[in-house]
Design a protein around this ligand. Sequence first.
Ligand SMILES: Cc1cc2nc3c(=O)[nH]c(=O)nc-3n(C[C@H](O)[C@H](O)[C@H](O)COP(=O)(O)O)c2cc1C
Length: 204
Amino acid sequence: MKVLGISTSPRANGNSDLLLRRALAGAESADAEVEYVRLSDFKIGPCIECNSCYTTGVCVLEDDYHRLLRKILDADRLIFASPVFFMSLCAQAKTLIDRGQCLWAAKYILKKSPPPEHNDRKAMVIAVGGSKSKKQFDCIRLMMKTYFDSLGIRYESNLFVNQVDEAGDIEKHAAAMEEAFKLGSALALRQCIRRNKPVDVEFF
Ligand SMILES: Cc1cc2nc3c(=O)[nH]c(=O)nc-3n(C[C@H](O)[C@H](O)[C@H](O)COP(=O)(O)O)c2cc1C
């Protein structure tokens, strides 16, 4: 069981990053092999809408996207962590997701189905915002669903926390840190509970 955690915040040791590392510790406690990556360590440019992937299913841009995509496709579980920026994911996360247009094209235009070993893959989303808004996760939810559908990964769970702003403040939020561990551990289990919607853990 390989669990990949992607920290997309530009801020090292930020709040979403700390929750992600707690979730990975939970996955590790369930005997998963975990890998943590920071998106800022990969040079990934934005989609240029050339639409070449509509005929090939492959992105023509040559950068670190392909290296990160390989890790995403090789993982059994994905944990995707982002801060809330203007009611959505941070731009770094959105850039990675937009490059997923090649996945979308492969699935929906070229009708290529993922290999059968990919059927049990699941993903969790972590997002942290500074304000009191409860709506600020709505856009993230929709975006992540579309991305996971393109990847052929089941959307398993969300951990959404608001009113946490300064870097590292999440460490004072014991309940959120504990939930991150529990959700990470649950994600790593091989279980066949089929849900129509992801499990939501929200601290509002
Ligand atoms: C460019 C920018 C936009 C932001 N927009 C929002 C927002 O729309 N809603 C919100 O609650 N917090 C917003 N914040 C605050 C961050 O979500 C908050 O500080 C969060 O804890 C950052 O998470 P991180 O430490 O994982 O990067 C914004 C911060 C920045 C820098």
